[in-house]
Structures are given as C-alpha cells and as structure tokens.
Ligand binder design. Structure first.
Ligand SMILES: [Zn+2]
Length: 534
C-alpha cells in the first residue's frame, strides 16, 4: 500500500461533499482573491502616492509657518526696523522688562547693560552751566539807551542826568517781527547810577529775556506748524539769523508759547462746547513711552484738541464735548466711547460705515453679497446728499432716502440672523436712528470728515515726532494744534496771532507780583517732596 493510498484511506470525506466540486470552488475562490489582492495593491499604491504628496506639502507648510513666525517676531531689537514700527504689546513688554531690571539691577548689572542705566531726558544733575555771553560782534538794528528811574532797594527816585557810575552794560534782544517779516536785534545800553541814599549801583532796565515775543512765536510755530525738531530749529536760527539758542532755551520758549496759548485754548473750548453740532474723533498718541489718546472736537467756529494718558474713556469724551442737551448733535464713528450718548443726539459717520460694508465683501458667501448690496445703498445715499447740497431741498432728500432706508434695514435685519455677520449687523442696528439725523437736522453732515480732516495735522505730527516726552509737551501739542486749526478756520496768520498772545502773556506776568524768597523756598520744597514720593 502506497503512502498516497494510506492518506486517501485516512481522510474521511464527508458524504455530501464532492471532491471535484470542492476543487472547482476553491479554484474560483483563489481567482477572486487574486483579483481582490491586485485591487488592494493598486489602492495601497495610490495611498502611498497621496501620503508622499502630503508629506511634501507638510514640509512646505512647515517652512512657511517658520518664515511667518520669524516675520511676526521681528522687531526693532532683532532687525533694522525702526522702534516706531514695534507693536504696542512688544513695547509694553520691553518697558516692563527694563523696569524690572532697573529695580533688581546691581551697579555691575547696570554697567553691563546700558539700557538699564537710561537717563532722564534733558540736562543731567551737576552738569556745568552755560551762560549767555553777549556777542559784541553783532551790530544791533536798533539801540536803546536806558537809565534807572528809581532804586529797587530804597525806592528813592534817581536823577536822570546823574553821571554814569560804571561802564554801561550791553544786552542784546533777538526778535522776529511777524508783521514786517524779518529778524531784528535790539541792543540795550544800560546806564548805571549810584543811589545817593543807599549807595547801591542801579542799572537801567532791559527785557528779562534775550528772546523777543516774535522769536518765541517763531520757534513754537516751527515746532508745531512745520513739525521741526528742536535741534533742527537751533541749527536753522543759527544759520539763518545768527541767533544762538541752547536746547533748554528752545524748550523753554515752547513752554512760554504754550502758557501764552492757554487762554485762547479755554475760550475756543467754550465756543466748541456751546455749538449745536460738533464733530469728534479720537486717535492714539504716545507720551513718555506710554499709551495715550488725542481727541478733537470741531464745530463751525472752533476746533479743539486734547491729549490724555492711557485709554480714552467716556468721561474724557464728556469733558471735551461738554453737556449734550436735547438739541445738540454729536457726529462720530461707531466707537464704543460714544455708546453712552443717546442715539437721538448722534449722527454716525457714513464713511466709516461704507468702509465696514467693504470689509463685509471680503467675508465671502452671503455676507459678501450683503456687503455689496449695502455699499450700493451707501452710494445712493451720497448721491441724495450731494443733490441736497446743490439745491437744499430737504423734502427731496428725505424722499430719495426712504427706499435706501428700507433696503438697508432689510439687509441688516437679514444680516443679524446670519451666521457670518450677525454681530456687525446688530451693532449697526443698535445705532440705526443715529444713521439718519442728517436727513432731518440742519447743519449735520452724514460723515465725520470735518473732525478727521482736523485730526490729520496732529496725526502727521505724531508720525514725524513719534511721541511727546512730558506733560507740558502734550499740552504744547494740543494748544498749538488748536491755534493752528483756528487760524486756518478764520484765515489768520499764525505767527502774528501767537506773537500777540506771547506779548499779552508776558505783560500779564510782569504785572504779577513776584513771589517772595520764602514762597519760592516753599514751592521748591513742595516740588522736591512730590518728586520723592513719586
Ligand atoms: Zn537806594
């Protein structure tokens, strides 16, 4: 018996299965499996291709993210970008770190890191003094001989014909005449007389400052109107008029001009606050490296600026625009600082709104379609407004606006129920009535362009000068911007107006009794105490 026969004998075939049929079935199964396997292979090959493609794409995206991360982290400390381009958050962080290092820093650490040893702006304590020496080579345009009339110590009247006791003193006063439009130098020859009563040698009077009112106005105008830095002003005056000015003196002249403008600032604010319709806008500012705000309120007759620290609050808005009675209208953008004003007293700027609608267009989908439709309505609105400006027919304006209002309302209602722009649409609907004040009130415009145009000069000042470095610097900017706007509004010459203001202020100062020595000491002590507690 062969081995095969032995196996055949050992295998017990189930009675119902036919071996031949079994072979055929297995063969068919085998063929099907081969086809399936081939398909699987094709699928896995395709998956491999996809995986490789995605791997490549991933590497590409990773490198892009890396590049963007580097770009986002680039600032003035690690590139050639100017400090002005730093993000506010970066600046705040850098200032925080500096303060921390300064607090914890030992002398050695400060020496290692010059940043921590940052000095205060201006002259340093204990620096050698610079005295003005009278330039004898200058030939004054005018010579004034002054004789003393009375003795300041014993108040005795002095004889005008008494012989000179000492060599006369020469004082030079540099000035700019804004009416004749020329520089001029006046020499004061101060004769001396010995008081017959108390024996004091008394000299004739000369102006207390070597810089005339016109020169004060010129320096302030160069700084404020032409946005020129103090060092450049010094070079200009030296080259152009032979007037030597130190940095401290130039700053002092700006302070004098600022004090002289305080009165007109108050008067103009009162005019703006009394106006029925005011236009207002706000922008960011920087003072001493910290965040601040600049705000303007403009009416038909006055434009006033104010700078304040930190963020602008509703209280700041109220302080600048004044009380908003039932008849007043405030034109502004949709900024949250104006939310506390009643909608009935507001006009929301349609230029801002048009920009918002344009942004909606970039959302895509239904929002974009709505944005385009809203923009079309804005165009209709402006067409109606321009027609009204030509003919002054208010009824026609309202008739033209009626369909615009209906369509805009419908679109915004639709938007407020959408997923993409519900927040924006509801925000606009919240101030809906304030969109149409211009249609019923005289003197109200649909845009806030008056305030934005007023703000433009100050914004350019900020771009040029970057920031103010002190409280009085802020005050100087807000006052000179106010005066510049006022001169522009009424066609006045800034230099002439400012010179007269300085003359009035100086005259008032000289009439005011001088503080006594005790008062000066008390004032100095108060300043030192305030500095120590700060
Ligand atoms: Zn005397």
């Amino acid at each position: 018996m062969s081995a095969a026969d032995a196996i055949r004998g050992a295998v017990v075939w189930p009675a119902e299965i036919d071996p031949k049929e079994q072979t055929r079935q297995l063969g068919a199964e085998y063929a099907a499996l081969r086809i399936a396997l081939a398909d699987e292979r094709k699928v896995s090959e395709r998956l491999w291709d996809v995986a490789l493609d995605q791997q490549e794409r991933l590497a590409e995206l990773e490198s892009l993210v890396g590049k963007l991360r580097v770009k986002a982290g680039t600032n003035s400390s690690n590139s050639s970008l100017p400090p002005s381009s730093d993000k506010p958050a970066d600046r705040a962080q850098a200032a925080k770190e500096r303060r921390k290092r300064r607090r914890n820093g030992s002398a050695a650490a400060i020496l290692r890191d010059p940043d921590t040893a940052r000095r205060k702006v201006g002259a340093q304590p204990g620096h050698p003094g610079h005295c003005r020496v009278v330039d004898t080579s200058v030939r004054p345009d005018e010579l004034v001989v002054t004789r003393p009339e009375s003795c300041p110590r014993c108040k005795a009247a002095l004889d005008a014909t008494a012989p000179m006791f000492e060599e006369p003193k020469l004082e030079l006063v540099y000035d700019f005449d804004p009416f004749e439009r020329r520089f001029k130098t006046t020499g004061y020859f101060r004769h001396s007389v010995k008081c017959p009563d108390c024996k004091r040698v008394v000299f004739g009077k000369a102006p207390s400052s070597p810089f005339g009112d016109g020169l004060v106005a010129l320096v302030a105008a160069l700084r404020g109107r032409l946005r020129v830095g103090l060092p450049e002003i010094i070079v200009f005056l030296d080259d152009c008029a032979g007037i030597h000015l130190s940095l401290g003196a130039a700053a002092k002249l700006c302070q004098i001009a600022s004090a002289a403008m305080a009165k007109s600032q108050g008067e103009l604010l009162a005019i703006a606050q009394a106006a029925e319709v005011v236009y207002t806008d706000e922008t960011s500012w920087r003072n001493e490296g910290s965040r601040a705000w600049l705000m303007t309120v403009a009416s038909q007759d006055a434009v006033v600026f104010r700078i304040g620290p930190g963020s602008c609050h509703t209280a700041d808005v109220d302080a600048l625009i004044g009380e908003v009675g039932p008849e007043r209208v405030v034109v502004s953008d949709r900024g949250p600082i104006f939310d506390h004003l009643s909608v009935a007293n507001r006009q929301v700027c349609h230029c801002h709104l048009a920009r918002n609608f344009k942004k909606l267009e970039s959302y895509g989908g239904a929002s974009a379609v709505r944005g385009s439709a809203l923009l079309a309505q804005e165009r209709e609105l402006f067409r109606a407004w321009h027609a009204f400006r030509n003919d002054g027919d208010r009824e026609a304006l309202q008739a033209m606006l009626a369909p615009v209002q209906t369509e805009m309302r419908r679109l915004l209602d639709e938007g407020s129920r959408s997923l993409g722009d519900w927040e924006f649409s509801r925000g606009v609907l919240k101030v809906w009535d304030a969109l149409w004040t211009f249609a019923r009130r005289d003197g109200v415009e649909p845009t806030n362009n008056i305030a934005e145009r007023a703000l433009r000069h100050a914004v350019l000042w900020r771009q040029n000068m970057l920031e103010t470095k002190s409280g009085w610097g802020c005050q100087f900017v807000e006052r000179i911007e106010t005066l510049i706007a006022d001169c522009k509004l009424h066609g006045r010459n800034l230099l002439q107006v400012l010179t007269l203001a300085v003359t009035h202020w100086r005259a008032a100062q000289s009439r005011r009794p001088r503080p006594t020595k005790l008062e000066m000491q008390a004032r100095q002590a108060a300043i030192s105490a305030a500095a120590a507690s700060a």
